[in-house]
Design a protein around this ligand. Sequence first.
Ligand SMILES: Nc1nc2c(ncn2[C@@H]2O[C@H](COP(=O)(O)OP(=O)(O)OP(=O)(O)O)[C@@H](O)[C@H]2O)c(=O)[nH]1
Length: 212
Amino acid sequence: MSDPGTARKMTRAKLVVLGRDNCGKTALCVRFITKRFIGEYDHKKEVTYRCRPLVDKEAVDLEILDTVGKCAGPAPNSLESAIKWGDGFLIVYSVTDRSSFECVPRLKRLIDHVKQALGLPTVIVANKCDMENGRVVRTEEGEEMARELRCSFFELSVAESPAAVEAAASQLVREVRLEFHRHLLAMDKRSRMLQMRHALKSKLTRSKTMQW
Ligand SMILES: Nc1nc2c(ncn2[C@@H]2O[C@H](COP(=O)(O)OP(=O)(O)OP(=O)(O)O)[C@@H](O)[C@H]2O)c(=O)[nH]1
């Protein structure tokens, strides 16, 4: 995020894409950035993409970290570092893979734990809805889980709908912007309180000196 001390507008943001292997994280990143769907992605390590999309007519410099899917066992250090680094999170699962769906709450808890904060900007994406024949997770299950975790929810097909991918990523940028402005307000409030405390202290010191 931009440094709130120097700018009132959020000009950059760091997004992290999380989810089990094979759920379509790389496909989603590539679709969002290039608008293309290639089909096969050679991706065995973390990759950071950079782009500058317009979201609600305002440009934003995005760094998007595409993590490597892993869910079982303790979270690797690289995943924790990725979460520490990020301002907003896209958690992806595939509607054709129940274990990827079950992984979502675990990843959300990890975000809350690593960032030591609740309610950070997080969007859940249910991918591969074009594969109706292979579907094992119903739309309502995804919606219900997103409600429980208090996250925005998009069910889409990266393969078939670039517009839906853009909508999900734009929603995340909006939520990161909101968080940025909340942070600015909190800092303004804190600095006003400090100013008031300082003014009160000097007044007290002055009146004590006058009594002497
Ligand atoms: N039918 C269909 N296939 C998809 C969709 N999105 C991704 N895929 C396919 O799913 C497979 C895995 O996609 P990736 O983007 O490599 O998945 P990933 O989550 O990055 O996987 P890891 O790198 O192992 O973590 C690829 O064969 C994609 O072509 C989709 O919306 N529909």
